[in-house]
Design a protein around this ligand. Structure first.
Ligand code: PMP
Length: 416
């Protein structure tokens, strides 16, 4: 496990005068805190002795039944017994990797991929191989190529980790035919597909995308979370897995934490049972769509030519590509001096790629702050381009200094 070299910089970046487009924190202030307080006080009055006690390693059975209802919105059907409740889906990622992967096992991930998952795969000494994406997410041709290249070496990937909806950090979404294609490739190759879906209900238009697991259950473990749809601080997520796998996940969970927090689980359970949670998710969607629009409109107005970015249809992130070989990581100190922060693209790769990229999060700052952040960022990029035009080199031009040992760029946990 390694700390990030940019961790110290983010201590500065979290000062209030800095517009942070870096962190992926849900805007939980949008919750009705009076309703939340009522929920918690009712829970403690009526079921306090259960809420404050140890519970089952697999998670509360009532909550597992309610999770089925939530997952119906992404067309996943299961039995409550197939669900393991975890301390956020981050823990589910850890458990699945612990159960399936030995040191040296190959895990296929998107290029780029979620920094917290890369950290888990590295902690279990997996070999991570990035597979190219396009505007529709993971590219099936590139996936087949990666699998074939491994086969030619007499090797096989253990797992394919994918975020099909509203990707972190790329901001793209797989269409349904593509999901079916990716699943068919993984099944043919006998590669376990780990589907991570914390943002699936946070689409800005139409129905939530049906999960990959809705196409076929065989060989798919599905991960869900209440972090973005209700509250990240409660730390409640889950995994849906076939019976034999589920048993192992529970054993692994018990050895890590005995049981997930009963208090958190029953708070979520009470909330789902008594509050208009679909309305709450709808208001989150509207809030994030307004922020997404503020980001995209100001990028359109202010970014110098040659800068490109993805157009997210949901979730929290857009992935920006800098013009003329500028290096987002080298540029970050200047950006922070100009009072704007982002996460450099290198953090989302294990192989030193991503220098010309950055992740921009629009989930947390108010729309006006987002516009101001983009204005500052555009100024920094323009400054770098001027230096490059005048001196033939910008302070933030990509240099292969060799300082990027694989995986040394993972941002601090609070930026995930
Ligand atoms: N997967 C992805 C893709 C995420 O973006 C996150 C949080 N940022 C997680 C998993 C973990 O979420 P949690 O543990 O809060 O459920």
């Amino acid at each position: 496990m390694q700390a990030s070299e940019i961790r110290a910089l983010f201590a500065v970046a979290s000062r209030p005068e800095v517009v942070s487009l870096a962190g992926g924190m849900p805007f939980v202030q949008a919750l009705n805190m009076d309703l939340m307080a009522e929920t918690v006080s009712k829970l403690l009055r009526e079921r306090g002795a259960v809420a404050l006690q140890y519970g089952s390693g697999q998670g509360d059975v009532g909550l597992r039944e309610q999770i089925l209802e939530v997952m119906a919105d992404v067309k996943v059907s299961a039995h409550p017994d197939d669900i393991v409740v975890t301390t956020g889906s981050q823990m589910a990622l850890d458990l699945v990797t612990r159960v399936f992967c030995d040191p040296g096992d190959v895990v296929l991930v998107e290029a780029p991929s979620y920094v917290g998952a890369l950290g888990v795969f590295r902690a279990y000494e997996c070999e991570v191989i990035h597979v190219a994406m396009d505007d529709e997410g993971l590219n099936p041709i590139a996936l087949q190529e990666a699998i074939s290249t491994l086969a030619a070496q007499g090797r096989k990937a253990k797992m394919l980790y994918t975020i099909p909806s509203f990707h972190n950090p790329a901001g793209v979404t797989q269409g349904q035919p593509r999901r079916a294609e990716i699943l068919a490739i993984a099944q043919r190759a006998g590669v376990l597909l780990l589907e991570d879906d914390p943002y699936g209900l946070l689409g800005f238009e139409g129905e939530p995308p049906a999960a990959i697991r809705s196409h076929d259950e065989e060989g798919v473990i599905y991960l869900g979370s209440f972090s973005k749809t209700i509250a990240s601080g409660l730390r409640v997520g889950w995994a849906v897995a076939p019976h034999g796998v589920r048993e192992k996940l529970v054993l692994a969970a018990e050895s890590a934490v005995l049981c997930p927090s009963n208090y958190s689980q029953l708070t979520i359970s009470e909330y789902l049972a008594t509050q208009p949670w679909r309305e709450q998710i709808k208001s989150y969607r509207e809030l994030y769509r307004e922020r997404r629009d503020a980001l995209l409109e100001s990028l359109e107005q202010l970014m110098p030519p040659g800068t490109t970015w993805t157009t997210p249809a949901g979730g929290f992130y857009s992935w920006l590509t800098l013009p003329n070989g500028l290096d987002a990581k080298a540029m970050l100190p200047r950006a922070v001096t100009a009072l704007v922060a982002y996460v450099p693209g290198t953090g989302f790769y294990v192989n030193g790629s991503g220098h010309e990229n950055m992740r921009l999060s629009y989930c947390y700052p108010e729309p006006d702050r987002i516009r101001e952040g983009v204005r500052r960022l555009a100024g920094v990029i323009e400054g770098e381009l001027e230096i490059a035009a005048t001196f033939g080199t910008g302070s933030a031009l990509h240099s292969d200094s060799g300082s990027d040992s694989p995986g040394s760029n993972v941002p601090a946990p609070n930026l995930q």
